[in-house]
Design a protein around this ligand. Structure first.
Ligand SMILES: [Zn+2]
Length: 271
């Protein structure tokens, strides 16, 4: 019997950000990450990754990336706080629905949101009809609905979420959620970047792949324990980075996937 899992790492466009955003130590100016009064040479482009997991019981999409609406006029589509620190860029064929259509995938069992920041949730309204359930942690939904920060409530006004409560004890805070109740796809509570951020631990045949969600920008984040410019809680972010560093050093770790790592190219992992 073929019990393999397939993880597609997909890029749904880019964010153009100030280089102080992913790693706070690279600028002495505490507001550099906003890009205000900063030279254009400080701009970098980072990919916006989303992940499609093919599990024998159904497909799981982790995050949604930019919607097609940013292609025409992102300033019309988003309020200022949606693009001030991170400008959306989406090329032809790069939205998640266009990529799912190309892969011939018409149905998702679950959409999982690692957190509800604009670059992770923007295409939700376009892709939600593909999915049976839309999973977001109760903590994240509560904090996103309270508004503030980089949450844009208009993006989910027509969405019915399936908020979940933790049913397992994995991760740095002993809070996890086993999606198919078979131990293979586990959502891990990783607070710090946002109040209810979630990572995804995918286990099969004695090996694993880990998706960091907002907890880490790139490999440097956990290898050097580098905090980004925007954190909801410093201590919790650091604790999560230490957990990810520990996972990265395990013999059975295939890959750790950070959402905005320029070193991570689109590829497929089968294990
Ligand atoms: Zn985020």
């Amino acid at each position: 019997m073929d019990d393999k899992l397939k993880v597609h790492v997909l890029h749904t466009g880019y964010v153009e950000v100030d280089k102080a955003l992913p790693f706070r130590n690279k600028s002495l100016n505490p507001f550099a990450y906003t890009g205000l009064l900063r030279n254009k040479s400080n701009k970098i482009r980072l990919p916006v990754s989303v992940y499609l997991i093919e599990h024998p019981k159904g497909n799981v999409l982790v995050d949604t990336g930019w919607s097609k609406a940013v292609r025409g006029n992102y300033k019309k589509h988003l309020p200022v706080k949606g693009y001030l620190a991170s400008k959306p860029i989406l090329g032809p064929g790069e939205s998640i629905t266009e990529q799912l259509d190309k892969l011939g995938i018409k149905k998702l069992q679950f959409i999982v949101l690692t957190h509800m920041h604009v670059d992770h949730i923007d295409a939700l309204s376009e892709v939600q009809d593909y999915a049976e359930f839309i999973l977001v942690s109760r903590d994240e939904l509560k904090s996103a609905n309270n508004g503030g920060g980089r949450y844009i409530k208009e993006l989910w006004q027509n969405t019915i979420f399936d908020r979940f409560d933790w049913n397992g004890e994995m991760g740095p805070y002993f809070k996890s959620y086993d999606v198919f109740r078979d131990g293979k796809i586990n959502l891990i509570y990783l607070p710090g970047h946002t109040a209810g951020s979630t990572g995804v631990l995918i286990k099969n045949n004695g090996k694993f792949v880990f998706i960091t969600g907002g907890a880490a920008y790139a490999k440097e984040s956990w290898e050097k324990l580098e905090l980004p410019s925007i954190v909801n809680d410093r201590d919790r972010t650091l604790r999560c980075l230490k957990y990810i560093r520990k996972l990265s050093r395990a013999d059975n770790c295939i890959e750790i996937l950070a959402s905005h790592d320029p070193e991570v190219k689109p590829h497929v992992i089968e294990f």
